[in-house]
Design a protein around this ligand. Structure first.
Ligand code: NAD
Length: 259
């Protein structure tokens, strides 16, 4: 990744998937810029960014076009081109990430889709002009609750299905310009967003016990996958959803050994 630079969106703290990816990209030689959401997260992200040699941080709320415009203008002023963008952003009202999907409200449906899916399209459109010289890579984060029912994941599952579809449409639009668009699908991980989902501990344990590798995803494994996809080694992969979940998604039924 030496000589490559890009924007990482979605670091909240050292447990964030975006941080695992940032660390791996920086470890492979990439230069990084970061966005964070609001002052409180900014204070946490600043020392993390500094630890990988970055002083380039911008406050962005992805529901606010003006803040997205300002971030990408700032980025373009500093770097005329970028090589990758990592979108690791999702949100839904915690009260609807538990119980019945049937009770999803219109307001939270719209907000969840806006932040967790539509924002990737906004970011892709803004990153596109910065990737025209030699192409680039766009990465987003999804979860298998998009195509299988995972209790409590509810409206976030619908948003992830839309996000995976958007990944394929963006891959086709941007492919002729040498831009690859992929989604990484980790198994459950212990992050702020992960903890907002009802029964998160059970899901984590269930995946850990049942996945073919009998282990959950790690920040290092997700980071390594991002390095592969963002580097020239991933040159022919686009429009994909790559699972980093210990193989859990291939199972048809649980396999508790002591059942
Ligand atoms: P996290 O809480 O560390 O990161 C979520 C990020 O989204 C935070 O940095 C938050 O500030 C940002 N965000 C939310 N609303 C925003 C807004 N309006 N504007 C700007 N930023 C906003 O949690 P995470 O688990 O690292 O989540 C990163 C991505 O990984 C998400 O897309 C999530 O759905 C996905 N994912 C998580 C898991 C898991 O189990 N934790 C599994 C698969 C996929």
């Amino acid at each position: 990744m030496k000589g490559k630079r890009g924007l990482v969106m979605g670091v909240a703290n050292e447990r964030s998937i975006a941080w695992g990816i940032a660390r791996a990209l920086a470890g492979a030689g990439a230069e990084l810029a970061f966005t964070y959401q609001g002052e409180a997260f900014g204070k946490r992200v600043e020392p993390l960014a500094a630890s990988v040699g970055s002083d380039f941080l911008v406050d962005v709320d992805v529901t606010d076009d003006a803040s997205l415009d300002a971030a990408f203008e700032g980025l373009a002023a500093r770097w005329p081109t970028i090589d990758f963008l990592v979108h690791a952003i999702a949100f839904s009202d915690k009260s609807e990430l538990t119980g019945r999907f049937l009770n999803t409200s219109r307001a939270n449906f719209k907000n969840t889709m806006d932040i967790s899916c539509y924002s990737f399209i906004e970011c892709a459109r803004r990153a596109h002009p910065l990737m025209t010289e030699k192409g680039g890579t766009l990465l987003t984060l999804t979860y298998q609750g998009s195509n299988k029912v995972v209790p409590n994941y509810n409206v976030m599952g619908v948003a992830k299905a839309a996000l995976e579809s958007a990944t394929r449409y963006l891959a086709n639009d941007l492919g002729p310009d040498g831009i690859r668009v992929n989604a990484i699908s980790p198994g459950p991980m212990k992050t702020l967003a992960g903890a907002a989902i009802g029964g998160a501990r059970k899901t984590y344990k269930h995946t850990d016990m049942n996945a073919p590798l009998r282990a959950n995803a790690t920040l290092e494994a997700v980071g390594g996958t991002a390095v592969w996809l963002a580097s020239d080694a991933g040159a022919c992969t686009t429009g994909e959803v790559i699972h980093v979940d210990g193989g859990f998604h291939v199972l048809g039924m649980p396999q508790y050994e002591n059942l």
